[in-house]
Design a protein around this ligand. Sequence first.
Ligand SMILES: Cc1ncc(COP(=O)(O)O)c(C=O)c1O
Length: 380
Amino acid sequence: MVNQQNSNKEFDFKTLFRSGILGVNPYSPGKPIEEVQRELGLTDIIKLASNEDPQGPHPEVIKAIEVAAQDINRYPDGSSYQLSNRLAEHLNVDPSMVLLGNGSNELLNMIVRGLISPGENMVFAHPSFVVYGLAAAIHFECGRAIPLDKNDRHDLPAMAGAVDDKTKLLMICNPNNPTGTYNTTKEVEDLLQSIPSRVIVVLDEAYFEYAYADDYPDGIELLKKYPNLVVARTFSKIHALAGLRVGYAVGHSELITQLQKTREPFNVNTLAQAAALAALNLPEMVKERSLRNKTEGAWLAEQLTRLGFQVVPSQGNFLFVRHAMAASEMCEKLLKKGVIIRPMNSFGLGDGALRITIGVKEENQKCVLALESILEDFTG
Ligand SMILES: Cc1ncc(COP(=O)(O)O)c(C=O)c1O
């Protein structure tokens, strides 16, 4: 066996990498159920850690995947022609405005890499979706992180204030992961009007189907007025296709035409294309799940408040909470009871905060019961 540790004594591979990459804390995903089963020997486990939809894909979507599976000896349609056109129809935009990705994650990276040259910068919020910071660190350390305001919301005036003549990109995560807070249509428009139109603003709406506030903006609507806007969305959340990896960005066709060049040739796989196409025919499912999330989220927030958590109001499918007990300790104890949630240290938030994905009723009840027993003896 080749021992990789000893095979190259001459040379430190680290010297090959840019300092930005050496400083990166790799993306740390929520623990998979199988890993917890293996480590703790538990069988009855619920995962409320990665903001996935707790219900599986619709049977019609599974059927479409099974049909498409017959053809996976062939490469996928490299342009995702059918899906792009169907999405464009669904969103009432021109197909040339649609860019498909291997998850919206890939699109966010493509946008950063495609647009930012050395010396230029990207403004984003902290804490927010960790991929912005990661993408920026890897790409010329171009990130400018602006703290959320005291209500855990994007401080859009401060973000606008951080824009300078080297700013190419500004990211808004709406609702924000991990806090679940949102910015209103007016606030987003105020920002768009206060910065130069050469700055591309990415509105990351991964959770938009769950949002229900009346003044929550519809990015696609805003595109009509602001050509420098790009809206990023995903099939990973309410459509329950996280494992297949498919997301989309919508923006000005000239911008999208250039970004298309940065795509891997077959970035959206055959099964993902078929599943997403089928998912677009299920608006009722989206409505039902959104309503389930709202109802269950309200219940969970109430119970957590009763247990002494400070719960941040959320428009997503997750709750950001704080408690006097150390988050890492609480997560460890919950894990032993078969409940996986997410401590927020991977978001650079120390040990004071947690994010809990809103599950189906039984999962939320199990989570609350487990927390009750953990907190029974806790005196703070
Ligand atoms: C705000 C936000 N944007 C983008 C993504 C990436 O989603 P996808 O699965 O489409 O890559 C996530 C995933 O958690 C997210 O929270």
